[in-house]
Design a binder for this molecule. Structure first.
Ligand code: SAM
Length: 275
């Protein structure tokens, strides 16, 4: 008998993955958490039935969330991750020697707990000396922060449940206040095939707050449509104006300085969304 996990990415379309075994499943205070061992993508974390990360393809997303902003900022000492409870973005952040402190705020401690247990290659940086982990609402943390961070990364779930407010203009205004005067932030902003309206709305809101606002993409096979977007809002530094000498070597499997630049070149239908 075969067992398959299916994520309905829209009411009429989805992906399905053959499951070896269910490693853990529970209804946490905030969401349904499932940890599955899949044949194709290794261990897979899903929240409310949506793929969050898998052992096989996680590096694409986590490298693109971390390295585009961290190479764009000339000296990112203080970094904040909102969400990111699987630890993958943290693992990438600590590869940058200039980072002095990386704070992660995830609302659900169970995500951190079970990522440590079942996603050891992704959650390896939680105990790093530069890392501070907090369990709490990222929206509140941002509202209470002033002039505190060089770079902020919003690695949240899709705008459902506790993450809804992380896609509203007020949150981005809060991010601007939490950033230093030359700070910048990125947020994962879903896919252009099924969530064009979300991308358009977020881009419009961020553009009204940040002088430099751009969209970049990456291929994440287990995310809806496989084409994922990220929105960057920057007070001073342009991601497409990074001095060559800034790109110091780090170990990656997807990100390169060429990908950094190319990821901002958008297919016409994606560019049209943010026009
Ligand atoms: N890469 C994934 C994606 O693009 O959908 C996100 C991965 S990460 C596991 C998403 C995290 O956002 C979850 O651990 C969830 O608990 C967290 N989250 C959702 N709403 C939050 C909030 N208001 N404050 C802090 N973390 C939140």
């Amino acid at each position: 008998m075969e067992l398959w996990y299916t994520e309905k990415q829209t009411e009429n379309f989805g992906i399905t993955a053959k499951v070896k075994q269910t490693l853990h499943t529970e209804q946490t205070e905030f969401q349904r958490l499932d940890m599955l061992e899949t044949e194709e993508f290794g261990n897979m974390l899903t929240l409310d039935g949506m793929v969050m990360t898998t052992e096989k393809d996680e590096f694409v997303y986590h490298e693109m969330v971390a390295h585009v902003p961290l190479f764009t900022h000339p000296n990112p000492k203080h970094v904040l991750v909102v969400g990111g409870g699987d630890g993958g973005v943290l693992r990438e952040i600590v590869k940058h020697p200039e980072v002095e402190k990386a704070t992660l705020v995830d609302i659900d401690g169970k995500v951190i707990e079970y990522s440590k247990k079942y996603l050891p290659t992704i959650s390896s940086a939680f105990d790093h000396s530069k890392v501070e982990v907090k369990v709490g609402d990222g929206f509140m943390h941002i509202a209470e922060s002033r002039d505190a961070y060089d770079v902020i990364m919003v690695d949240s779930t899709e705008p459902v449940g506790p993450a809804v407010k992380l896609f509203e203009k007020g949150f981005y205004e809060g991010i601007s206040k939490a950033l230093k005067e030359d700070g910048l932030f990125i947020a994962q902003t879903d896919n252009p095939w099924f969530k064009a309206d979300l991308i358009a709305q977020v881009f419009k809101d961020v553009k009204e707050i940040f002088p430099i606002t751009k969209l970049y993409t990456a291929n994440v096979p287990t995310y809806p449509s496989g084409l994922w977007t990220f929105t960057i809002g920057s007070k001073k530094y342009d991601p497409l104006d990074v001095p060559e000498e800034r790109f110091h070597d780090i170990e990656t499997k997807y990100y390169t300085k060429e990908i950094h630049k190319a990821s901002f070149v958008l297919p016409k239908f994606v560019g049209d969304i943010i026009k």
